[in-house]
Design a protein around this ligand. Structure first.
Ligand SMILES: Cc1cc2nc3c(=O)[nH]c(=O)nc-3n(C[C@H](O)[C@H](O)[C@H](O)COP(=O)(O)O)c2cc1C
Length: 194
């Protein structure tokens, strides 16, 4: 691998095998520029956040999730929209990744978001909610382009490839921006308190 390659952890906020958001991430792997490599994380097996469990030590699936987020140069999250918000499975994973508050894996992590839905509004409302969660964690969230894939049932072919040309070009641009954004901000640290 090129030494200057940006390593991105991809998270789909859906567990189902036919997930359009996982298809969107798989399409992003194909559309990525040479200097950006995406590896998918799996949220299956991540238990509900429970402070009592956390006190005894992170379960293996949680420890692996947090380690892979820490090790990645950047995050790419594809969120479905559930009830005008992000799905519980994704929020739960981000709850774990917001811990410990003194050094959370999400902190200052360059992050891009996108989403696909069978609905008409392309996950706009879910993405707004997701951006709030990421802001709480001081993740360094890329703002543009906003990648929203409405009418997902016709945006992908039978093999799961993204065939909507506008969406393909937005994803391409998002990934180019994410590579540049990550190089720009990954060493950023707030100045010491005066
Ligand atoms: C509980 C639930 C709530 C949903 N709410 C919304 C919604 O508010 N807006 C929307 O566009 N789609 C909504 N949908 C449709 C999902 O966005 C759609 O099923 C999508 O394909 C899920 O993502 P996935 O394909 O990655 O699993 C909802 C689906 C479920 C199961």
């Amino acid at each position: 691998m090129r030494p200057d390659v940006i390593r991105v952890a991809g998270i789909a906020g859906s567990l189902r095998s036919g997930s359009f958001n996982r298809k969107l991430l798989r399409s992003a792997i194909e559309l990525a520029p040479d200097d950006l490599k995406i590896e998918l994380l799996d949220l299956r097996g991540v238990p509900f956040y429970d402070a009592d469990v956390e006190k005894r030590g992170d379960p293996d699936t949680v420890a692996a999730l947090k380690r892979r987020i820490r090790e990645a140069d950047a995050l790419l999250i594809a969120t479905p929209e559930y009830q005008h918000s992000l799905p519980g499975v994704l929020k739960n994973a981000l709850d774990w990744a917001s811990r410990p508050p003194s050094d959370p894996p999400l902190q200052r992590k360059p992050t891009a978001v996108m989403g696909a839905t069978v609905g008409r509004f392309g996950t706009a409302r879910a993405q707004a909610e997701l951006r709030k969660v990421l802001a709480y964690n001081d993740a360094l969230v890329l703002q543009r382009p906003e990648v929203m894939v409405p009418n997902a049932a016709s945006a992908f072919d039978d093999d799961g490839a993204l065939i909507d040309e506008d969406a393909r070009s937005f994803v391409r641009q998002l990934l180019r921006n994410l590579a540049a954004w990550t190089r720009q901000v990954r060493d950023w640290r707030p100045p010491p308190a005066s």
